[in-house]
Ligand binder design. Structure first.
Ligand SMILES: [Zn+2]
Length: 401
């Protein structure tokens, strides 16, 4: 006897062999018990009965989608800045007028937790409507101890009040706050000695932005050492604008993931693969910044590196509110195959968050499902826009965002 069973469905379990990784099952069914997948297979083989049976009418069931890199809690937005840039203003002029990331920092610090929550909620609900059942949310627009913790509390509250799994990441080392006494060195030390220990109960991981305009490899290492002392895994915004060896640095600390990687070297990518780190690809940022340089997907494949795909939803470089659109962009801009793109928002996205209980359809794992009215899984990567998600199931419960 199951709690619930979904019938008349085609399944992409993401649990197939290397030569057919989508693990397709036609005329399949999934059964849930106590929030977990209790059985999965061809409907003709379905054993037992269920308290509730849901006929999916031939739709496709995938593992609930996972958006593994977002900055979706922030104050204000930068639409006016976008407009000014299109009207001819330079980055320097916008920065002088108080624009750029620090306008988001100001707006985030000035907002109450209730206001941040109210602004973030519809952004998250938009992802959920597309079949997202787990999302990672970073801090990083407070850049003070109190405001970074406030952002993490808002992220946790989103997960506690909406039917979605939320993983929180402390990104206090996102930028050096203007006017911080002692500059980047002193701020990195403050993050390591004060902010990380204070955030240990609110953050599931620690992230940093290793870049010429942010933190050096040595400052990043200081932050990572503190994360290690706090027992928190690390992630890294690495080699996005230049090759500072971020991929190799992330590997050295056994990072869950290194993200962006447009300029990462083949050596760095191999080190990541050996360390078991996941490469998170963020085509929205490449698109918005009109970056000519693309992540070296061929080198990632050659290194056997797992690739995830995410929105990087943020108010500046990637105001991307659709993970399905990122599937298309990952295929179109980065030439990922359909299999790679879909693994990138399911099992590899779970790995990028260190989650072993989801991302594939397998008995014993969380029953997080995304159901789509499509003729084949490739349709999820094919369309730009539109939302074919017909149902989402979180821990065995049918849920609407
Ligand atoms: Zn990011």
């Amino acid at each position: 006897m199951f709690d619930r069973v979904w019938t008349h469905a085609n399944l992409a379990t993401m649990d197939g062999p290397a030569e057919a990784p989508l693990g397709l099952v036609e005329d399949g069914a999934v059964a849930a018990w106590d929030g977990r997948i209790a059985w999965i297979g061809r409907q003709a083989d379905l054993p037992g009965s269920a308290k509730e049976t849901i006929d999916c009418g031939g739709d496709w069931i995938l593992p609930g989608l996972i958006d593994c890199h977002t900055h979706l809690v922030f104050g204000g937005d930068r639409a006016a800045e976008f407009e000014q840039r299109l009207a001819g203003a330079t980055y320097e002029e916008i920065a002088r007028a108080g624009g750029g990331i620090f306008s988001t920092v100001r707006a985030t610090r000035d907002a109450s937790e209730d206001a941040l929550f109210a602004a973030a909620r519809p952004r998250l609900q938009g992802l959920m409507a597309e079949g997202v059942t787990t999302v990672e949310i970073k801090s990083g627009y407070g850049l003070t101890l109190d405001s970074e913790l406030a952002m993490l509390r808002v992220a946790r509250r989103l997960g506690a009040t909406l039917p979605v799994g939320v993983v929180t990441t402390l990104l206090a080392a996102h930028a050096v706050p203007p006017g911080f006494p002692g500059g980047a060195d002193a701020y990195a030390l403050h993050v390591a000695e004060d902010i990380i220990p204070a955030a240990a109960g609110l953050a599931d991981a620690v992230d940093a932005f290793c870049e010429g305009i942010a933190f050096s490899p040595a400052q990043t290492a200081l932050v990572f050492e503190a994360a290690r002392r706090a027992g928190l895994p690390v992630k890294l915004h690495a080699d996005q604008l230049s090759d500072l060896g971020g991929a190799a640095l992330a590997a050295r600390y056994g990072a869950l993931s290194a993200d962006h990687l447009e300029h990462a070297s083949a050596t760095g990518l191999r080190a990541m693969s050996e360390a078991g780190s996941v490469a998170v690809l963020l085509p929205g940022a490449t698109f918005v910044l009109r970056e000519a340089r693309r992540p070296d997907v061929a080198a990632m494949r050659a290194a056997g590196l797992r690739m995830a795909v995410s929105t990087d939803m943020n108010p500046g470089s990637s105001p991307a509110r659709s993970l399905l659109l990122m599937l298309n962009m990952a295929c179109t801009l980065f030439r990922l195959t359909v299999e790679e793109a879909l693994m990138g928002v399911t099992l590899h996205a779970a790995a990028a968050l260190g989650l072993r209980d989801r991302g594939v359809l397998r008995p014993g794992l969380r029953c997080d499902l995304a159901v789509f009215r499509v003729s084949r899984p490739a349709e999820l990567c094919y369309w730009l826009g539109g939302n074919p998600c017909s149902r989402r199931i979180v821990a065995g419960e049918q849920s609407s965002p």
